[in-house]
Design a protein around this ligand. Structure first.
Ligand code: SAM
Ligand code: SF4
Length: 327
């Protein structure tokens, strides 16, 4: 490996997010419309072999060392452990973001296949609110999924909470206590303008500063040194683990971003908020060589912009919503 996926601002990209399906068994209000999603046709999704090929190019040529599986809901893709086994063989830090509802069934098999880490999305600990937000009455199954992930040996298990003002911002302390009691790392995520129903506006964003002030009213927190990961982190002074905030809106981390993404239908994106994509699926299916595919990846990353500019007048919402890109 000598080449790098580097952009015009000197950012080297080593973190790949792969969406394995656009389908989902939930319909979270901040992500997907309740009805009317047009699913990709099965034949338009990348096959496991195609995913493995493009991932291998990135790992072997460009030193990509982290891969995260996402969706839609990644666990609704049939035979997911087979893909996990193929990607784990590349020797990367392999993680998955999931709504957790199928983990009671799948956690063990995924761990055995080589998945190293899981992040579970959970935005309310209250049954009625959970159902309103996800449009599914599955809180108990998700809580079971968290236990199943821990029992399967995933460590740490992280919980991602999208916090929205007036919707679930009164649960910040409940989540912190939940994390401490259940020995899981809670990360609060600022609400981003990628919701299919377009309910996002700036007034709905509970900022990192507001989240931190709420936490500090009850807990003594010490900052943890930042890595290239998007979360700002704090540890509890009493040793009961740590807590994080992904402040994508109020304190964008674009200048240290090292991520690229592939959608379930094989479109390569250089930013979550990108308005352009590169059709890698077409290259994979027209017998293009690895060199040709690699050149397309390099060009796409080289063209990356400085940052997303949410809150600026010229911000353009991407055509796809979060469930189609993968978070
Ligand atoms: N279905 C899986 C899940 O929910 O974890 C993976 C896909 S989901 C699109 C990936 C992440 O994006 C989840 O943590 C979800 O909470 C987050 N997300 C979805 N819509 C969002 C939004 N508008 N703002 C911030 N985060 C969002
Ligand atoms: Fe599905 Fe995840 Fe989007 Fe919720 S956040 S609708 S679980 S893809």
């Amino acid at each position: 490996m000598s080449a790098q996926l580097i952009d015009g601002f000197g950012r080297v990209h080593r973190d790949l997010r792969i969406s394995v399906t656009d389908r989902c068994n939930f319909r979270c209000a901040y992500c997907m419309p309740e009805e009317g999603m047009q699913w990709q046709r099965r034949e338009d999704l990348l096959s496991f072999e195609e995913i493995e090929r493009v991932a291998r190019i990135m790992v072997e040529r460009y030193g990509v060392d982290g891969i995260r599986l996402t969706g839609g809901e990644p666990t609704v893709r049939a035979r997911l452990p087979i893909l996990v086994e193929k990607l784990a063989a590349l020797g990367v830090d392999l993680a998955m973001t999931t709504n957790g509802v199928t983990l009671p069934l799948l956690a063990k098999d995924l761990k055995a296949a080589g998945l190293r880490r899981v992040n579970i999305s959970l935005d309310s600990l209250r049954h009625d609110r959970f159902e309103e937000l996800t449009r599914r009455d599955e809180l108990d199954r998700v809580l079971e999924g968290i236990d199943a992930a821990k029992a399967a040996g995933f460590d740490p298990v992280k919980i991602n909470v999208v916090v929205m003002k007036g919707i679930n911002d009164d649960e910040v302390l409940d989540f912190a206590r939940f994390g401490r009691e259940h020995d899981v790392t809670v990360r609060f995520i600022e609400f981003m303008p990628l919701d299919a129903d377009e309910i996002w506006n700036n007034d709905r964003v509970l900022t990192q500063a507001e989240i931190l002030a709420t936490l500090q009213a009850e807990f003594d927190l010490e900052p943890v040194e930042r890595t290239s990961a998007p979360a700002s982190r704090w540890r509890y002074a009493d040793g009961a683990g740590e807590i994080g905030v992904v402040a994508s809106v109020s304190q964008s981390f674009c200048d240290t971003c090292d991520r690229v993404r592939i959608t379930a239908d094989g479109q390569f994106r250089n930013c979550l908020f990108a308005t352009d994509e590169t059709d890698v699926r077409a290259l994979l299916r027209d017998d293009s060589s690895d060199d040709v595919i690699a050149a397309a990846l390099e060009r796409t990353v080289a063209a990356k912009w400085a940052g997303h500019q949410i809150n600026q007048v010229h911000f353009i919402r991407p055509r796809r919503s979060m469930s189609e890109i993968g978070g």
